[in-house]
Unconditional design. Structure first.
Length: 398
């Protein structure tokens, strides 16, 4: 036995004996390569089998198709009912009192009393201010005295004329004397008429010294103070009556052509949210305002509760066209296919295609008048693109 081959010589194989001789000769022993070759062949065979084997046929899963039920909110539907459809024209503007009066002085003099202030309510005929009457009374007395004297002269002249006419009939007065008597009497009569007119003017001036309200309402402004000396025509007060208001509105040139007197108006006033006032168009200006391209529209409003004030800003909708007992759907409810326009009608859990014909658009295209629907029909009113005829549905709140 050797150190390299612990086996006894009788137990060694031929290969081991040959390697022992090579070692004794100083050569390297031969390695066994056959097992490695066999291993390589086996590995290559396994890889080829895995790579080139046919793929197994795909396993087809059989899935039963079940119909999908669409959920539709109640807010996405519309119930068809016959209604009155209307087309409106929008206008904006401000409110002014329907009746107002600028009270000016009709007499000259010194103001001795001012009885009303802005905000005070007045009735027709109430005293607003008092102008000094002393000077006016003197003027009236003077005119009356002059007229009375002239009247006495006229009486005397008439008596003289009567005597002259009698003498002329008797041939005791010349025609020229008679003519002079008649001329004098006529002149005095004309002078008396003028003086009587002056008396009436003085009486009127004295009456105008008491400034009175020309209508019932509220004092909105005052421009006179006690002690002030004024002349005839001086502005003193402004009185407004708020029982009737005028809505001075403006419409665009294009839409104003549809507005006419007598049309009804629904008015919303800024600051009075939640309240709607009814009015009537009374006048339409035939000419647009230069620079704005708007046409003035005048609308009367009743203000029985007194909640409206002059200067308030308002928005109105004038009803220019109206149609009763018509069926309409929201514009979003309309659909179209190869057969034409239709809506999806809800019927016992299934969406049904219901053909319709468009008649006219209303409310600036928001509503569309159609035929082909009946009262009580419920249609899809929202643009839900995933819905189609024949689909099942359920209604949910919301």
């Amino acid at each position: 036995m050797t150190a390299s081959h612990p086996k006894p010589e009788w137990a060694q194989s031929r290969r081991e004996k040959a390697n022992a001789e090579r070692v004794a000769q100083g050569l390297k022993p031969k390695r066994r390569i056959l097992p490695w070759v066999v291993l390589a062949v086996v590995v290559i065979g396994i890889a080829g089998f895995v790579f080139f084997r046919p793929a197994p046929p795909p396993v087809q899963e059989v899935v039963e198709e079940t119909p999908v039920t669409k959920q539709i909110r109640q807010s996405e539907t519309a119930t068809i009912e016959a209604a009155t459809l209307s087309q409106t024209v929008k206008v904006t503007g401000t409110l002014v009192p329907g009746r107002q009066s600028e009270v000016s002085a009709q007499a000259s003099g010194r103001v001795i009393a001012v009885l009303k202030r802005p905000g005070d309510a007045v009735q027709d005929g109430d005293v607003l201010a008092q102008i000094d009457r002393a000077t006016l009374e003197l003027q009236l007395n003077q005119q009356q005295a002059t007229a009375e004297a002239t009247r006495a002269q006229l009486v005397s002249s008439q008596q003289q004329l009567d005597r002259t006419e009698e003498l002329a009939r008797q041939g005791l007065a010349s025609p020229s004397t008679l003519e002079q008597a008649r001329s004098a009497t006529a002149a005095l009569a004309a002078n008396l008429a003028a003086l009587e007119t002056a008396v009436q003017s003085a009486e009127l001036a004295l009456s105008n010294a008491t400034v009175k309200a020309p209508l019932s309402g509220v004092v909105s402004s005052r421009s006179v103070e006690p002690g002030q000396t004024i002349a005839s025509g001086t502005p003193l007060f402004t009185i407004v009556n708020l029982e009737e208001m005028e809505f001075q509105a403006a419409a665009s040139v294009n839409t104003s052509a549809m507005v006419d007197a007598g049309q009804t108006v629904s008015v919303d006033v800024t600051g009075l949210e939640g309240q709607t006032f009814s009015g009537v168009v009374t006048r339409v200006n035939p000419v647009a305002v230069s620079g704005t391209r708007t046409v003035p529209i005048y609308i009367d409003l009743e203000n029985t509760e007194g909640s409206l004030r002059g200067g308030m800003f308002a928005t109105g909708n004038i009803t220019v066209v109206e149609k009763a007992e018509a069926h309409a759907v929201p514009a979003a409810a309309l659909r179209e296919d190869a057969e034409g326009q239709f809506v999806l009608k809800l019927a016992d859990g299934t969406l049904v295609r219901q053909g319709v014909e468009v008649v006219q658009e209303w409310e600036r295209g928001r509503l569309v008048e159609v035929t082909g629907l009946a009262n009580g029909d419920v249609v899809v009113a929202a643009p839900l693109d995933d819905l189609e005829a024949g689909a099942a549905y359920t209604l949910v709140e919301g």
